[in-house]
Design a protein around this ligand. Structure first.
Ligand SMILES: Nc1ncnc2c1ncn2[C@@H]1O[C@H](COP(=O)(O)OP(=O)(O)OP(=O)(O)O)[C@@H](O)[C@H]1O
Length: 233
């Protein structure tokens, strides 16, 4: 069942076409990865889907409703959340206070469940700026999950993490997506992690879709191997 869809999305920066007629379909409980070389259009894509960047053409549909012209705020209230490449925790608050505040604002019924799943209980009383960067990224993920979103768009949740932290982060993304039946879009540079974690992968190159399929299908796709993965995939 499709819950969220982008059709024919294009974004221009002046004369430069950063995204060129891209399609994507997200389903509840399915982790959909987006990979591609630098400049492929991944961040532009997530911005266009989340409402941060207005596409020059194409449509975004959420639960069957055309939301292409709806604001980020409107989307968030209806259950479309996103996280950012850089951490957005408030340095001076404790982890617990920050999460409580956001949970109250978004009517989250089970903050303890999110904290528990992400292993954040031990840092609840700690000030955000004083916890490890990897843990701050888990707080970012918790923030995105508050309010029972139906769709989460995750922009490089593993940026700046060491290997073990990346593995844990992606496992958390997968667990939560399955447990809560959330449709997730995961833009990530950690290609191995994406192949390990995602049910479906879309490969972007020069603003276009090079391939979409299961990890095995994408790994075997000749266009993807030639343009991006090389023979070592
Ligand atoms: N604000 C902007 N103004 C002009 N060109 C831009 C702007 N933002 C991105 N671009 C260009 O659009 C293209 C896509 O950029 P984008 O950042 O979406 O790619 P990306 O796949 O996320 O790259 P990376 O992996 O390096 O984060 C690139 O050619 C980039 O130079």
């Amino acid at each position: 069942m499709t819950i969220f869809e982008g059709r024919g999305l294009s974004v221009r920066y002046g004369a430069h076409v950063a995204l060129d007629g891209v399609d994507i379909t997200l389903e509840p409980g399915v982790v959909h990865g987006v990979i591609g070389p630098n400049g492929a259009g991944k961040s532009t894509f997530i911005d266009a889907l989340s409402g941060r960047k207005r596409p020059s053409s194409g449509t975004v549909t959420f639960e069957g409703v055309d939301i292409t012209r709806k604001s980020v705020r409107w989307r968030r209230r209806r259950g479309l959340a996103r996280s950012f490449q850089r951490t957005s925790v408030f340095g001076s608050m404790t982890v617990g206070d920050q999460l409580d505040m956001i949970a109250r604002r978004n009517d989250e019924p089970d903050l303890d469940g999110i904290i528990d799943t992400l292993g954040l209980d031990a840092v609840r009383a700690r000030v955000c700026s004083e916890i490890a960067y990897g843990t701050q990224r888990s707080v970012d993920l918790a923030i995105a999950l508050i309010g029972r979103p139906k769709v989460v768009l995750l922009d490089e949740p593993c940026a700046g993490l060491v290997h073990d932290e990346s593995v844990r982060m992606l496992q958390h993304v997968r667990d939560i997506c399955k447990e809560r039946d959330v449709a997730a879009l995961l833009v990530e540079h950690d290609v191995d992690g994406v192949f390990r974690t995602c049910d479906v992968i879309t490969v972007l190159d020069l603003g276009k879709v090079l391939a979409t399929g299961t990890p095995d299908e994408v790994r075997a796709d000749e266009n993807v191997i030639r343009a991006y993965l090389g023979s070592a995939a």
